[in-house]
Write a protein that binds this ligand. Structure first.
Ligand SMILES: [Zn+2]
Length: 43
């Protein structure tokens, strides 16, 4: 399941098990793409 970086908003598809962080900016807070967060953006 793809993840979205909460900092830069980029999609991370190849998320490694040991390193749960954004490969672009290094931010460690990621959200699953399919979550309630998407609904908030939609509205
Ligand atoms: Zn990022």
């Amino acid at each position: 399941m793809p993840y979205i970086c909460m900092y830069c908003g980029k999609e991370i598809k190849n998320l490694e098990r040991s390193t749960v962080r954004c490969p672009y900016c290094g931010y460690r807070v990621l959200a699953k793409k399919r979550s309630s967060l998407a609904k908030e953006v939609k509205s």
